[in-house]
Design a protein around this ligand. Structure first.
Ligand SMILES: [Zn+2]
Length: 326
């Protein structure tokens, strides 16, 4: 695979900035602890020193917690860091008021904001928007649905609440088996629809063979097809779906996503991960201090490679040039 250099790429780093919870343990309305604020600030600071920019898509428990508020205050107090940070919104409906229940577990289908009724989705996002505005002094314009869960009413709600960009699309993914959205028909194309810029989280089908990469990029639905020919094609040509993320993917995987997609003409990339992964023992991806060291190193190495090897540049989500047209 050669370095694709069609056009210098741009990188936005989106952190799903949220509470800590048991990833396999359901949607408990009481699981709202945030104990990784200092580690998160340290990483944002390191990235900023490298010239990299970060969009913190923050949810209600994070913005309401002491550590979350300290993290926000530490960013705001530094001119150098705050110019490299955007505060966006991330909606986890089960821990975001107004609440339908104050104890117990929310059923899985209601963990996706897009499955709520219009009134509920709007009311919850309005509460979150108010809380973020109060803590940061700016109104968020970038939205990330919890569990990538956008629905039929989401664009209307976003328009009404002043949002301009949605980053909830997860290309190729199909979450229907857990009552979630179906993104099988989406690749990484950025689209302007209903006055909202949809910028997908970067995912790509990588393979050592360019015709295979081209095929799945132009026909994303095929990737999840049960067709025997497609299954054989994937196996023989080693086609694999990678998200541009340090969670569950190696540095080589991450570089391959960008190389493959840049060669296809993609210029704008989103690197994403969950904020609790910055501290040991809070997510399945970072179980101990050794893994934490590797995780941070992977992010910083990737950022360094992106800038030095690809002549890449860093932007926040709201700095995408099409946002100016909205
Ligand atoms: Zn989340």
């Amino acid at each position: 695979m050669t370095d694709g250099d069609v056009c210098p790429p741009k990188l936005a780093i989106v952190i799903h900035t949220e509470e800590e919870f048991d990833w396999g343990g359901g949607f408990n309305v009481d699981a709202t602890s945030v104990s990784h604020g200092e580690e998160l600030f340290a990483l944002v600071q390191s990235l900023s020193l490298m010239g990299a920019k970060t969009t913190l898509a923050m949810d209600y428990p994070f913005v309401s917690s002491a550590q979350g508020q300290n993290c926000i205050a530490n960013i705001k107090i530094s001119k150098e860091i705050s110019k490299n940070v955007e505060f966006g919104a991330h909606l986890h409906p089960w821990v975001n008021p107004p609440f339908e229940q104050t104890v117990g577990f929310v059923p899985e289908h209601l963990s996706y904001p897009g499955n709520l009724g219009y009134e509920q989705e709007r009311a919850k996002l309005a509460e979150l928007t108010g809380k973020i505005s109060e803590q940061t002094g700016t109104r968020p314009v970038t939205y990330l649905a919890g569990r990538y869960g956008i629905g039929d009413n989401t664009h209307q709600v976003l328009n009404e609440l002043g949002y301009k960009i949605d980053v909830s699309i997860s290309p190729f993914a199909d979450y229907r088996h857990q009552h979630g959205p179906d993104f099988r028909n989406f690749n990484n194309d950025i689209k302007l629809e209903n006055k909202i810029l949809s910028w997908p989280h970067s995912s790509a089908v990588v393979s050592p063979f360019s015709f295979v990469r081209n095929y799945f990029n132009s026909s994303p639905t095929s990737y999840s097809s049960e067709n025997l020919f497609i299954k054989v094609l994937k196996k023989v040509f080693r086609a694999k779906l990678h998200r541009l993320s340090p969670e569950g993917f190696s540095l080589t995987d991450m570089k391959n996503v960008v190389k493959c997609q840049n060669a296809l003409g993609q210029t704008y990339f989103i690197l994403s991960f969950h904020s609790p992964s910055v501290k040991a023992g809070l997510t399945p991806y970072v179980k101990n201090d050794r893994e934490r060291g590797e995780f941070i190193e992977k992010i910083l190495s990737f950022v360094n490679w992106f800038e030095k090897s690809l002549d890449g540049e860093f932007i926040t989500i709201n700095e995408h040039p099409l946002v100016r047209k909205l």
